[in-house]
Design a protein around this ligand. Structure first.
Ligand SMILES: CC(C)(COP(=O)(O)OP(=O)(O)OC[C@H]1O[C@@H](n2cnc3c(N)ncnc32)[C@H](O)[C@@H]1OP(=O)(O)O)[C@@H](O)C(=O)NCCC(=O)NCCS
Length: 388
């Protein structure tokens, strides 16, 4: 899958002391983000003949190959997560340059615990990875705990030097919370616009929920959506309500609009559609580049023949999850006429927060100026709800 349109592919570097959880979290990140390569150099090194006899040499041999692999994968528009302790700024610069060369963003997350806890965690490290014994032997040979402390201090100094690094506390025995904190750090990153691919291409479609399938709309969905969009009770609250099929199809096929449209299927039949419009946040001029493509406006329509069964809620819930988990957005929002009770109720069911009430600011096609409501949800709020 190519990268998100409106975003760059990302090289996500998970840095931190040995035993802090980098490899575990990288594995989990890749498992939960289809298409992401987990480039774990420690695993790659064990593919080289004789690695057990000369662990360091295997590392030296694999690193340029890993760099080339990372570059090629990023250049194809896909994200790479790279769990590797790098203390030396020059070494880090090589990976940063590989990302830049591939036109990708370099995202640095450092997992950290206190000095004492890092040393303890190194000794307590369990797991079946066959290279742990080698690393232990090397650490012992090079100074044991002294080396671990120096390494820790080196990483702290590196984080202080590089404001681009986001330090995430790694909580011993709390993998879920640490993982969520890494996701939050990644979601806060700027997603920069580019022209490659489509925004929706990053997601492995169709996304299936308990009862539904959601996928990007294609031209052939025009008639299926016209079937319910032509109904007056559906047109009542939405922005456009063409009264004849040709006008509707012309509107549906507008490429800009089609690229933001998803359809919702029940047993292979289209029963609704969704809008996913990725946009920039408002920002002051000096930081405008960091506000690009970080949020989305959502919209929805459900065939009334299938109303009242929770299908719209189920579909929009999945859409919100996609926005936060797969697209790394930091905020989603939606607006409606205050009189659109069904939409309001749905947003409230989804835990969206009412943050805007407007007075007679919106002109309905009946000629009446109506009140409006704006709801939103932040990635952090959504995560907190998942954990509650
Ligand atoms: C907004 C819209 C999508 C909501 O449709 P909906 O049928 O009310 O929403 P759902 O499919 O999620 O169903 C929820 C209803 O089914 C009930 N329900 C039954 N089974 C359910 C389940 N398993 N899960 C959740 N709700 C369930 C809920 O209680 C709720 O009813 P209530 O609001 O009376 O309490 C629909 O009214 C619509 O398309 N409107 C026109 C277009 C529109 O206004 N778009 C938005 C513009 S801002």
């Amino acid at each position: 899958m190519p990268t998100v349109a409106g975003t760059l592919a990302r090289l996500i570097h998970l840095n931190g002391p040995p035993g802090i959880g980098k490899s575990t979290l990288a594995q989990r990140y890749a498992a939960e983000h289809p298409g992401v390569l987990n480039c774990d150099v420690d695993v790659l090194r064990t593919l080289i003949g004789g690695w057990r006899e000369d662990f360091n040499r295997a590392g030296t041999l694999i690193r340029p190959a890993a760099l080339a692999m990372i570059g090629a994968y990023l250049a194809s528009g896909h994200d790479v997560v790279f769990p590797q302790m790098l203390v030396d700024p020059d070494e880090l610069a090589r990976f940063e340059a590989a990302a830049a060369e591939a036109g990708a963003d370099f995202v640095e997350v450092m997992l950290m615990d206190t000095e004492v806890a890092s040393v303890e965690r190194f000794h307590r490290r369990t797991g079946a990875d066959p290279w742990h014994d080698h690393v232990r032997a090397i650490v012992t040979e090079l100074g044991g705990d002294e080396l671990l402390l120096r390494t820790h201090q080196g990483l702290v100094a590196l984080a202080a030097e590089r404001p681009t690094i986001t330090v995430v506390p790694s909580l011993a025995g709390e993998e879920d919370r640490t993982y969520d904190a890494v996701l939050a750090a990644l979601a806060d990153r700027t997603l920069r616009p580019d022209t490659k691919g489509s925004t929706l291409d990053r997601v492995a479609w169709p996304v299936r929920t308990e009862r539904l399938a959601i996928r990007p709309a294609v031209e052939g969905d025009a008639d299926a959506t016209w079937r319910f969009r032509r109904l007056p009770e559906v047109g009542e609250w939405i922005t456009r309500a063409p009264t004849n099929r040709d006008d509707y199809v012309a509107q549906f096929l507008d490429l800009g609009r089609l690229a933001k449209t998803l359809v919702v299927e029940l047993d292979g039949v289209v029963i609704g559609d969704l809008m996913l419009k990725i946009e920039d946040a408002w920002s002051q001029a000096e930081v405008a580049d960091r506000a690009q493509g970080v949020q989305a406006e959502l919209g929805w329509v459900l065939d009334p023949a299938h109303g009242g069964k929770g299908y719209a809620t189920e579909a929009v819930q999945a859409l919100v999850r996609i926005c936060f988990e797969e697209l790394g957005l930091r905020r989603v929002s939606a607006n409606c006429f205050a009189d659109n009770t069904a939409s309001r109720r749905m947003m409230e069911r989804l835990g969206m927060r009412l943050e805007l009430r407007t007075k007679q600011d919106s002109l309905h096609r009946s000629g009446r100026w109506l009140d409006g409501l704006g709801y939103a949800l932040l990635a952090g709020e959504w995560r907190a709800r998942q954990q509650a």
